[in-house]
Write a protein that binds this ligand. Structure first.
Ligand code: GRF
Length: 224
């Protein structure tokens, strides 16, 4: 049997529901996917995502941040758990702790996050409500390398969805979440396959699409 390229050992850090984790688990089930999920780590013991990991036979760890007096001590525990499992890449997937510069520096170029907006618009929380309030016509999600500033760092990929007139926060969140589940596995694939080049604050993706796609909302095709 031919031996494929080595799969990058990837840890996923969560705090909750874990639907993005699930998308990554599903993608990594394909034998040719260049990353394998070797650890799911949560700072909250009741994170639903832990059950998803267990169902997929992936080792889990709970490291409650409240057990540590300082952020640095919490991160030392994270670092030890990651080292024990030999993780080479780390995906944040709804992980609700801010990471220090020291931690981020250690993982530079190998630590990614998904954020539910088209960054740099709407960093922080409540992105869907803020997008509705701002009246933007396109909203979406971003996968980016993590830097010391929250929700900054070079963007690997983005997916846009239209904001429709009848949308409330829940409807818009659901549309974005569906896009997240497609974007995150794609971006992890690119990073793990070493097709992501970081030049300052910009990422270029090697040998990928050359698309002339246009995104427009209102969509001219929808005019009556
Ligand atoms: C997602 O919307 C993600 O973009 C944000 O946190 C949410 C996590 O959802 N960072 P889930 O736990 O992956 O379902």
């Amino acid at each position: 049997m031919p031996v494929g390229p080595k799969r990058r050992r990837t840890a996923v850090l969560i705090s909750g529901r874990g639907s993005n984790l699930q998308a990554l688990i599903d993608a990594a089930a394909a034998p040719d996917y260049p990353a394998e999920i070797v650890l799911v780590l949560s700072n909250l013991p009741d994170a639903k995502g832990l059950e998803r990991a267990e169902a997929a036979g992936i080792p889990t760890r709970v490291i409650p941040h409240r057990d540590y007096e300082t952020r640095a001590a919490f991160e030392t525990a994270l670092t030890e758990a990651l080292a024990q499992t030999g993780a080479d890449l780390v995906c944040l997937a709804g992980f609700m702790r801010v990471l220090t510069e020291a931690f981020v520096g250690r993982w530079q170029g190998r630590l990614v996050n998904i954020h539910p907006s088209l960054l740099p618009a709407f960093p922080g929380l409540d992105t869907h409500a803020r997008a509705l309030a701002a009246g933007v016509k396109l909203h979406g999600c971003s996968v980016h390398l993590v830097s010391a500033e929250v929700d900054e760092g070079p963007i690997i990929g983005q997916a846009a969805v239209p904001v429709l007139p009848q949308d409330d926060e829940a409807a818009l969140a659901a549309r974005v979440l569906e896009a997240e589940h497609r974007l995150y596995p794609l971006c992890l694939r690119l990073l793990a396959a070493d097709r992501v080049r970081i030049e300052g604050s910009r990422v270029t993706v090697q040998g990928f699409w050359d698309s002339n796609g246009r995104l427009m909302n209102p969509d001219p095709g929808g005019l009556r």
